[in-house]
Design a protein. Structure first.
Length: 148
């Protein structure tokens, strides 16, 4: 199988118009929401039911919530609320993905023309990047990842 094109995007620090324009221009067919909690009022246009509607109406894109690719509440709280160390967060989340065996439970082709979504504006300190890197390591570089 050839490489799988996968994008990632965060919804904070952007406008709805910029967010949806980037999704459309990237040729995304499905947005995979990798947030643990996707119904917060603070999410604005990215609240689960609203986001699914907007993606379908504005971009013709499918929406799927995939908490298997999200950190646990404990991991999130230790990093966000308790202002934890990124290196600790990264190590613990990578271990969680390994324990969940996500590389066995999912297949590369499931990500073709998809976009992983979470809240962080950039991928640098974001678990969506860690998901991509982890899977790419396990799948011999099959994912061709672009961060929007």
């Amino acid at each position: 199988m050839s490489n799988v094109e996968l994008t990632t995007i965060g919804f904070t620090k952007t406008t709805a118009s910029s967010f949806f324009d980037r999704i459309k221009k990237a040729g995304v067919k499905k947005v995979i929401d990798v947030r643990l909690h996707n119904t917060s009022q603070l999410a604005g246009f990215a609240k689960a039911d609203d986001l699914a509607y907007f993606l379908k109406q504005i971009c013709g894109v499918e929406y799927v919530h995939q908490p298997l690719l999200a950190p646990t509440d404990d991991i999130l709280k230790a990093f966000k609320r308790d202002k934890g160390d990124w290196n600790v967060y990264q190590r613990v989340f990578l271990k969680l993905m390994e324990e969940r065996r996500i590389e066995v439970r999912l297949k590369p082709e499931m990500f073709q023309s998809c976009c992983l979504l979470c809240s962080e504006a950039t991928p640098h300190h974001c678990h969506r990047r860690l998901v991509c890197e982890y899977l790419n390591d396990k799948w011999d570089g099959k994912l061709q990842v672009r961060h929007l």
